[in-house]
Design a protein around this ligand. Sequence first.
Ligand code: 5RP
Length: 232
Amino acid sequence: MDDVATAQRRQAAQAAAALVEPGMSVGLGTGRTALLFVEALAARVAEGLEVADLVATSHKTAAAADAKGLRLRDMMAADTAPAVDIAVDGADEIDAELRLVKGGGGSLLREKIVAQMAGRFVVIADAAKRVRQLGAFALPIEVVPFGWAVTAARIADATGVAPVLRGGEDPFVTDNANLILDCPLGAIADPDGLVARLAAIPGVVEHGLFLNEAHEVLIGTAAGVERLTRKG
Ligand code: 5RP
């Protein structure tokens, strides 16, 4: 029996799986909600839905998709297609403008690549992920291992907050062989300004602010799935 949050995630995941049409290529996110989407999509494929191919945003999601017999695109191939029709992923925070914090699972770089490949990027989540202002969830930042402490100091200068190395003495290593610094910023008053400051720091590979990627958000609630779309 699902707890409330899992039931909401599953509802959203199933609603997203219903958006996939025959012949589409599909981006698969990472995390608990994204794995429920993989499950829901696999159920549709088992019922006869034919998808073109799938792009996974992490080794973990790739393994889950593979275990269900789903066909994955080789993203290392020179002739890989430049786009997917739809990508579906979870989020750690979602504000009213559909801006996101992502990277709780440490896969933000591949997630952003795939989100930006997508003709339609659909975020699925439980109701607790909606926030008035981004920033209560510590912002994950992927950095190269070389000089990571120097990069952390630059991030501290740029944000006024000391980042925390994920995993501490046994650091978490991403699928890209990088590290994650979690930045407990509190309310982020100017996300665009923060993005510009982080982009200027050498050693920062990518950050978990997804300000323009989401086209729509599906939230599981007690009253059904709520659909939020980007305005303008
Ligand atoms: C992974 C992510 C996840 O999508 C995010 O952390 C949400 O995960 P969950 O669905 O488990 O709450 O960004 O890097």
